[in-house]
Write a protein that binds this ligand. Structure first.
Ligand code: FAD
Length: 378
């Protein structure tokens, strides 16, 4: 006899994957319960109010997508503003526009025409190629440094990529695999818009409004760790959507998956405008953080004070927030073992960045949840 359970669906994790999944299931008439071990909903997109400013607690989040369905879906819960991501890079006190475009090349070389920029880049790429051939007999990139030099040349690599990447990954570029950088797009136009997507912006009033919209009418519990009382939670619903760490779900049977983490250092400052831009990257090694985020600029804030966050990438240890999966060979192979176990769990769906051990942008995680929930009622 089938056991009667209180809910059709238990969603573990109230981040974007869990919330989107629950929203779609709720619309299809399923009785859902969403739990999260954190004291709030929203996962990594959660914002905290400080001085009237929405502070992105787990790192700056900028929504961007070319997917019409995803864009209309998120806008059905909250209107998005016209924020356009145009980060700056500060290298030894000098500012450069990102992504690499004619503004960057003007700042770097004082040139004004696309032809001059293209010629300098080509000359530096060819120089790197010849040096590689004379050094090791071929021009096949064997590490990130070689790859970047072949794609972009030495000036941009040394000032804007090398030290930033080393801080980000905690390893020398010569020790990082070449595949991390597949392409380094160069724009020969004066265009500082970081994303090529058709749509981008920040939810008006902050990301919590998006999460609240997704979870409207759905029962939620915060401060509730699935592993705190696993039997209890497992007995509550017919089906489980699990968006926590997949290796933890299987009791680390094959060992622990690794991550990179970030330490966020937040400061409230008695000035209205600290850096004039939401995102400034610090690309030199001597500055220990990689970026400073000034949150008010995401929503064109006019508050008297400002809140900034410095981001310090760090090696992940048990207990730290697992932000970025390490998609190297070892971890990919380990994940494949857990994936094989997950495929055998017919009552549990694993989703999101921790459940699938995959870096997803927000639009991708929403799209994935929408795809998975299409087969919900069958
Ligand atoms: P999460 O948001 O992490 O949600 C998972 C939830 O599960 C968490 O709330 C966690 O507390 C909960 N949980 C885990 N284990 C348990 C348990 N045992 N019991 C109960 N609850 C549990 N994307 C963009 O599109 N643009 C950006 O600018 C951008 N910036 C980013 C910056 C940083 C620093 C990071 C790390 C990511 C960024 N992303 C960005 C990606 C974005 O954060 C993710 O796409 C999105 O948050 C993933 O949602 P999720 O539901 O998979 O995971």
């Amino acid at each position: 006899m089938r056991m009667e359970r209180e809910y059709d669906l238990l969603v573990v994790g109230a981040g974007l994957f869990g919330a989107t999944y629950a929203c779609m299931a709720h619309r299809q008439g399923k009785k859902c319960l969403v739990i999260d071990k954190r004291p709030h909903l929203g996962g990594n997109i959660y914002c905290e109010q400080r001085e009237g400013i929405n502070v992105h607690k787990y790192g700056a989040h900028i929504f961007h997508t070319s997917n019409k369905q995803v864009w209309e879906f998120v806008n059905s819960f909250v209107p998005f503003n016209r924020y356009t991501n145009s980060p700056l890079a500060n290298y030894k006190g000098k500012l450069y526009n990102l992504p690499f475009n004619m503004n960057t090349f003007h700042q770097m070389w004082g040139i004004t025409s696309p032809a001059e920029a293209a010629a300098i880049i080509e000359e530096q790429r060819e120089k790197a190629r010849l040096q590689m051939i004379s050094h090791k007999g071929n021009d096949t990139p064997e590490n990130l440094e070689e790859q970047a030099l072949l794609l972009i040349g030495s000036d941009i690599y040394e000032r804007l990529i090398k030290e930033y990447t080393e801080k980000q990954w905690g390893r020398k570029c010569t020790e990082l695999p070449a595949f991390i950088i597949k392409r380094l797009p160069v724009r020969l136009v004066y265009d500082n818009n970081y994303f090529n997507d058709l749509h981008q912006g920040i939810p008006t009033g902050g990301y919590n409004r998006l999460i609240d919209g997704l979870l409207a009418g759905i029962e939620t519990r915060t401060g509730a760790d699935f592993f705190g009382d696993r039997n209890h939670w497992e007995g509550m619903a017919d089906k489980i959507v699990f968006t926590g760490k997949i290796d933890e779900y299987f009791d680390y049977r094959f060992g622990k998956l690794e991550y990179r983490t970030v330490r966020f250092e937040e400061e409230t400052l008695p000035v209205a405008n600290y850096q004039g831009n939401a995102v400034v990257n610090y690309t030199e090694y001597e500055v220990p953080y990689t970026r400073i985020i000034e949150h008010k600029h995401f929503e064109f804030g006019t508050q008297e004070k400002t809140v900034i966050t410095k981001e310090y990438p760090a090696t992940w240890q048990q207990g730290d927030e697992p932000y970025y999966p390490m998609n190297d060979e070892e971890n990919t192979a380990l994940f494949a073992k857990y994936r094989a176990l997950a495929d055998k769990e017919d009552r549990v769906i694993f989703g999101g960045r921790l459940g699938e051990y995959k870096y997803y942008d927000m639009h991708q995680v929403i799209r994935r949840a929408l795809e998975v929930t299409r087969g919900l009622s069958t």
